[in-house]
Write a protein that binds this ligand. Structure first.
Ligand code: PBG
Length: 381
């Protein structure tokens, strides 16, 4: 029987003299004992878990896959509702639910209806919700001053959520794009360049306003340099010592954000692109530097965004820093799954659970996903 164990060239049959005699002539690959030991050492160092204890037919990997109970027993990753963060869109008005055309199944809710969502999250076992505002057009300005209004949509929604379900975590997004007249995440100069330090100062104030309203997690999604440090020291000085920062540390300039920009009403406003602050999809090492910086500045947890196209980044961040890593399965990813299901190209529920499980396998502590309530129901909360 030829030996097909990886890596090519290494054969367990040659481990000792007895084996060598027994298998002499039966292996496709022959190497000396010393060479085998050296290779085996290297193999062990590279991938200790991959060291097989037997070879076919003694080893049949399909044995543990044969039945559902056995698959459940050997599952390496488990997805539960407590891995999910549910992003919610808030809009003005009363009694309002506004469906978002490019995000079928997702709506904007008025503040008086946002409490229902918090109770729904609680009943489904979802620990945390994330909030995004669709600011009325008249309140969008070049200086984004509405972001600092303690009575803005986000602050009112935070209070409504906390009243309805005090035990549900509330994450608020720190960035200026839902508040600017030009749709950028910061203050732009005459040439259209997003100014780093001026923006960062406003973001720290925005974070404070949100923390005052009761936000539990501040999530800067703007990609300015140094903003995590600015926000952390503002929070410390104001006594908000237990407010977490989840940094959108590795956020890419992605084509997957389209439906989100519809949801917050910035798509039509945005001039140009966000490539001078969001990351180039070509880069991985740079993502590690971004994460290192944000952790050094006081982030408690980090996020990679978008999700599925960047699983390699999630894995590298997890292995390098050993901190809780989150993924944002963004609006375009949600829309792709819904479109595939609507076109009959795949089963929606299976696609949802498979992609979310992939994030856990890649190393995520949790995932922001518009499918959170769907997934939680499927997981039988
Ligand atoms: C804005 C922000 C964006 C998302 C979250 N915060 C869009 C952007 O950067 O243009 C995208 C989320 C999604 O697509 O679901 N700071």
């Amino acid at each position: 029987m030829p030996c097909e164990l990886p890596p090519a060239g290494i054969c367990r049959h040659w481990e000792n003299d007895t084996d060598r005699d027994r298998f002499q002539g039966s292996c496709a690959v022959r190497i000396g004992r010393g060479a085998f030991a050296a290779l085996q050492e290297r193999w062990r160092a590279l991938s200790p878990a991959a060291m097989p204890s037997a070879s076919f037919p003694a080893l049949r990997l399909r044995r543990t896959r044969a039945t559902a109970w056995s698959r459940a027993l050997v599952a390496e990753t488990v997805l539960t509702p407590s891995d999910l963060i549910w992003p919610l869109f808030v809009t003005q008005g009363e009694g309002v639910e506004e469906p978002i055309a490019t995000l079928p199944g997702v709506s904007r809710w008025s503040v008086d209806r946002i409490g229902e969502r918090a109770r729904e999250a609680r009943d489904l076992g979802i620990p945390c919700v994330a909030l995004f505002p669709n600011t009325p057009p008249a309140l969008r300005t070049d200086d984004a001053r509405e972001a600092l209004n303690p009575a803005n949509l986000i602050c009112r929604a935070v209070r409504a959520l906390k009243d309805a379900a005090p035990d549900i975590g509330v994450l608020t997004d720190v960035a200026l794009d839902p508040y600017t007249a030009h749709g950028h995440d910061g203050i732009v100069d005459a040439a259209g360049y997003v100014l780093n330090d001026a923006t960062s100062r406003i973001l720290a104030d925005q974070a404070l306003v949100q923390a005052e309203a009761g936000a539990d997690i501040i999530a800067p999604s703007d990609m300015m340099d140094g903003r995590v440090g600015a926000i952390r020291s503002a929070l410390e000085q104001a006594g908000h010592v237990n407010v977490q920062i989840m940094a959108y540390a590795a956020k890419y300039a992605s084509a997957f954000y389209g439906p989100f920009r519809d949801a917050v009403g910035s798509r039509g406003l945005l001039k140009g692109d966000k490539k001078s602050y969001q990351m180039d999809p070509a880069n991985g090492e740079e993502a590690l530097r971004e994460v290192a910086l944000d952790l050094a500045e006081g982030a408690d947890t980090v996020m990679v965004k978008p999700g599925l196209p960047y699983l390699d980044i999630i894995r590298r961040v997890k292995e390098r820093f050993e901190v809780p890593v989150f993924a944002y399965q963004v609006s375009g990813e949600y829309a792709m799954i819904e479109a595939a299901a609507a076109a009959g190209a795949g089963d929606r529920d299976a696609l949802v659970l498979e992609t979310l499980t992939a994030f856990k396998r890649a190393g995520c502590a949790g995932v922001l996903t518009y499918h959170a309530p769907v997934a939680a129901r499927l997981l039988g909360a």
